[in-house]
Design a protein around this ligand. Sequence first.
Ligand SMILES: [Fe+2]
Ligand SMILES: [Fe+2]
Length: 368
Amino acid sequence: MEAKHSDNQIGRARVQDTPELEAYYKELETLGAGALWTVANDIEPWEPRSSSVPMLWKYDDLRDLVLKSSELVTPEQAGRRVVYLVNDKRKDVSAAVGWLYTGIQVTKPGESTSAHKHKASALRFIMEGEGGYTVVDGNKITFEVNDFVITPNSTWHEHGCDVNGKTCIWQDGLDIPLVNALEANDYAVYDGKQQVEKPTNQLSNSFSASGLIPADFIWNKPYSPLFKYSWKTVYPALIESLKVNTVNLFDGIIMQYSNPITGGHVMQTLGASIQLLPASFKGKAHKHTGSFVYQCAKGKGFSIINGERFDWKERDIFCIPSWALHEHHNLSDNEDACLFSFNDLPVMEKLGLYQEKNYEENNGNQII
Ligand SMILES: [Fe+2]
Ligand SMILES: [Fe+2]
């Protein structure tokens, strides 16, 4: 049966104010109470509602200011030397969109930080530089441009760039606003730097792109043992997939970074995907719950979000709020475009809150 959406219908709050009711509300207020019907229609929307707005952060505009931070403060002074990206409507919780945080971090050759940990989960997508590394729970992981790296909830982690490297810039993604909203965050500082006792990249190199998992491998942690997903294996996988799979109408070729042990998301609260939009791809519009932060890893194109066009190219970052209509287009007719994104889908799925809806009007594309 088709649901009705009118606040004037039976089943919705429809009480007219009277002097007697207003006095009653005041009396309730003095006791730390209230009448539900005065707020019910607001706190129970007909459809998912986001207070975030779609936003695009142009890398060309931000890059110089990000680099400038490396002249103004040291990583040790700043704790984490990051320029964070904040949604116009989520400044109160330092979120880029919904309950997700994102920032751009710079590390110069020879710089490194002491380790810390927190209940918020973190991930990184590498934007530029050479010789960058992170140490996660004693595992040293080196990374290159477009690699994806995770530092799960409560793992000790520190970052650095080799003396002979080139200034590294990467995007951080965390669920700090979510964990704060749940009043469950914490933060601890390690005394110095971690001991690295295993071969560099041991975990990520132990698993083969051919699907092989070490037969005697025991892993009982609630996150992926892969820690790093290298662009040099990810991009060929997208190209091979394009040859044999039907292109998704909304997302082109889209792959989830996954935990090879479970096939599920890489971490308990944050998920991430990489997608390839073939040359001239014109995606259809849809909407779903979950907040998304994107970074263009390759190529150029645009996304239409709630009827507004956002043009992006390599390294630009943009966000799609929960339940916002969106569609992606590749502007090139001879090159593919790739979009990295991270999201809160593991939370939405575990809580049974995920839903999606395809846009049916105008052949599935929005009018700007
Ligand atoms: Fe951290
Ligand atoms: Fe989508």
